[in-house]
Design a protein around this ligand. Structure first.
Ligand SMILES: [Zn+2]
Ligand SMILES: [Zn+2]
Length: 341
């Protein structure tokens, strides 16, 4: 089968590899759609601590079961399925505290290699984080389960009031998914600040009440104007830029909360006015990955059609065009592309 490997930052290779065979409890999926993701682009640009190279590449996928190992329950050859690429151990210090997203096993055993014709899903991932795909959901939409689970993890536990203003900084796929979920949770007003006008246009179509073009407008000034000088009750940082992390502290209202979604390069330090945390009682919260509960919730949002992710899909390409697709992403064109092997 054909399978893409990331050989070093900036260079991937299409290799011929054997079609995997499932062992006990494992399933082999014939990939129908693999979605590009900001994490992949980051790894392509500057490498990734959890992806020593050369590495199989791509992690958002859906497809059809090609083969199932012994003792696989509930799945048969030919079933359309969707899932995510990790699963926690269920038994460590963090798992027992329901912080499965922090389980070392989760990241150390993540499944890569979705930019390929087939992928073998290990037993734990098959058991915990794989689901049947209903026919009305396209393979492309189904493959968005993984990033949606990440967004659910950061936003779902929050008590967003129906008079709250939500500010989302960053208009990439993750920022746009935050709009969909904030709408679902009943936020009063959603403001999105970004730097690409096409994406901001899409943000408005997806439910943003107000967009700020940070290349033309001053974000702080605009946010204060749009919130009668208070600042936003919730600020979601979706860029992974240290300057933006620092800026969010001035965009949030007294008593408000900042959720920092975008990861900065490891070792990054940021600074902020401590008075905002103390006298203004703002909170800063990081968010990372997801738990199995978040994946189930994201699955429900998709199959109950509470959230429509179809507008995030900017185009479909065959596997052999992956390099061209990354060229588009590097230029900042499009949101998410579907690779259809
Ligand atoms: Zn992803
Ligand atoms: Zn664990």
């Amino acid at each position: 089968m054909k399978s893409y490997f990331l050989v070093e930052p900036g260079r991937m290779e299409l290799r011929e590899t054997p079609v995997p065979e499932p062992e006990d409890g494992e399933i082999v999926i014939k990939i129908e759609a693999a979605m590009t993701c900001g994490t992949d682009l980051k790894a392509f640009r500057r490498g990734h601590p959890k992806m020593p190279m050369p590495t199989p590449f791509g992690h958002e996928f859906s497809g059809i079961i090609a083969d199932a190992g012994k003792s696989v329950n509930g799945y048969r050859e030919g079933d359309p399925v969707m899932g995510v690429h990790t699963a926690p151990c269920g038994d460590c210090y963090y798992c027992r505290r329901e912080l499965e997203n922090l389980c070392a096993v989760t990241m150390d055993t993540m499944l890569l290699g979705a930019y390929a014709e087939y992928i073998k899903v290990p037993r734990r991932v098959a058991q915990i984080n794989t689901f049947h795909k209903p026919d009305f959901l396209s393979f492309e939409e189904a493959a968005i389960l993984e990033p949606l689970a990440c967004v659910v993890h950061g936003m779902e536990p929050l008590q967003i009031r129906n008079d709250d203003t939500v500010l989302i900084v960053g208009s990439g796929a993750i920022g746009l998914m935050h709009i969909l979920l904030a709408r679902c949770k009943g936020a009063h007003k959603i403001i999105v600040a970004g730097k690409h006008w096409q994406r901001l246009k899409l943000a408005a179509e997806l439910g943003a009440d107000q967009v700020i073009d940070a290349t033309q407008q001053d974000t702080l000034e605009m946010v204060l104007e749009l919130t009668r000088g208070y600042g936003a009750n919730w600020v979601f940082e979706c860029t992974g830029r240290p300057q933006v992390w620092e800026q969010t502290v001035s965009l949030v209202s007294k008593g408000g909360r900042v959720i920092l979604f975008g990861g900065c390069p490891s070792g990054t330090t940021i600074s902020f006015d401590s008075g905002r945390l103390h006298y203004d009682q703002i909170s800063l919260t990081g968010t990372f990955h997801f738990t199995p509960r978040d994946v189930t919730k994201a699955y429900k949002l998709l199959i109950e059609k509470q959230i429509d992710v179809s507008k995030l899909i900017s185009g479909k390409f065959p596997l052999t065009k992956l390099c061209d697709v990354f060229g588009l992403l590097l230029k900042g064109e499009g949101i998410k592309y579907a690779i259809r092997p």
